[in-house]
Design a protein around this ligand. Structure first.
Ligand SMILES: NC(=O)c1ccc[n+]([C@@H]2O[C@H](COP(=O)([O-])OP(=O)(O)OC[C@H]3O[C@@H](n4cnc5c(N)ncnc54)[C@H](OP(=O)(O)O)[C@@H]3O)[C@@H](O)[C@H]2O)c1
Length: 246
């Protein structure tokens, strides 16, 4: 069974990705930072349905945590075939007028650090097998600015370009790297911080007139994880009801 490691799979979109990949026959690693009970619930749901999963606590911005997590997966299940880097590190919502360098610099640092560390940890194993799938959760905000979202939009844009460089360098090794870019997703923890009125305004601007569903993001990730996407690398796939069309 192929092994999928999903960072930040204790809440929000990561849960939907974990459940979808488990249903499709992957052994699933449910990474979390603080929510051990929630992560164990996800593992329980998967195992009750006949799948295989394990929860691992690791802060994806801490090098020792990331290497220990990948070492444990390798020891127990032989390695990571699919990395879905989904964990959402904290960010400030602010105008440029109110923005400090610390707010922007901190988000750039945590976003790129997490993408860098998780990629570095899984790529050697993938190269040895001449096969791998790297999938990164970005946000449509990295291409379409929205008021107040300068820190996350800028940091995700930096991660997007990091992924393209990874895709270029790893393509000869049978490893693909792609970006999934949702618009606002209903039910996710970060979405719950937005007022219902603001969410209605956001939905009204989407051609399909609603927010994205976690399952729709998860199904796009599942396609990129599968063998069916083997000749697709370095791409940015919006899940946006038409808002992010080229
Ligand atoms: N929500 C949206 O509308 C939306 C839209 C576009 C893109 N996205 C992207 O989709 C991804 C998931 O977003 P979400 O809204 O589902 O997030 P969320 O509900 O806030 O969940 C965040 C997850 O990340 C984990 N996490 C946070 N910091 C971590 C760290 N340092 N190390 C390991 N795990 C960490 C959390 O673990 P704990 O529970 O242990 O804290 C949790 O499982 C993010 O990359 C986000 O930018 C979201």
């Amino acid at each position: 069974m192929p092994v999928a490691l999903i960072t930040g799979a204790s809440r929000g979109i990561g849960v939907a990705i974990a459940l979808t990949l488990a249903k499709q026959g992957y052994r699933v690693v449910v990474n979390h930072r603080d929510s051990a009970a929630r992560a164990e619930d996800v593992v329980g749901t998967i195992t009750a349905a006949g799948g295989e999963a394990m929860a691992i606590k690791a802060d994806v911005t801490v090098p020792g945590d990331v290497t220990a997590m990948v070492d444990e997966v390798t020891r127990r299940w032989g390695g990571v075939d699919v990395l879905v880097h989904n964990a959402l590190t904290p960010y400030a919502i602010t105008s440029f007028a109110e923005l400090s360098w610390e707010q922007l610099g901190d988000k750039l640092d945590s976003e790129l650090r997490a993408a860098f560390l998780t990629t570095k940890a899984v790529v050697p194993g993938m190269m040895s097998r001449n096969h791998g799938r790297l999938i990164y959760l970005s946000a449509l905000l990295s291409r379409r600015p929205r008021t107040g979202m300068i820190t996350i939009g800028t940091a995700k844009a930096a991660m997007d370009q990091f992924v393209r460089y990874i895709a270029l360098e790893l393509a000869p090794h049978g490893i693909t790297a792609n970006i999934v870019a949702p618009t606002t997703v209903e039910g996710a923890t970060s979405t719950e911080l937005v007022s219902p009125e603001r969410l209605r305004t956001i939905a009204a601007a989407i051609p399909m007139q609603r927010l994205a569903r976690p399952s729709e993001v998860a199904n796009t990730v599942a396609f990129l994880a599968s063998d069916d996407s083997g000749f697709t690398t370095g791409h940015y796939l919006p899940v946006s009801g038409g808002l992010g069309m080229d």
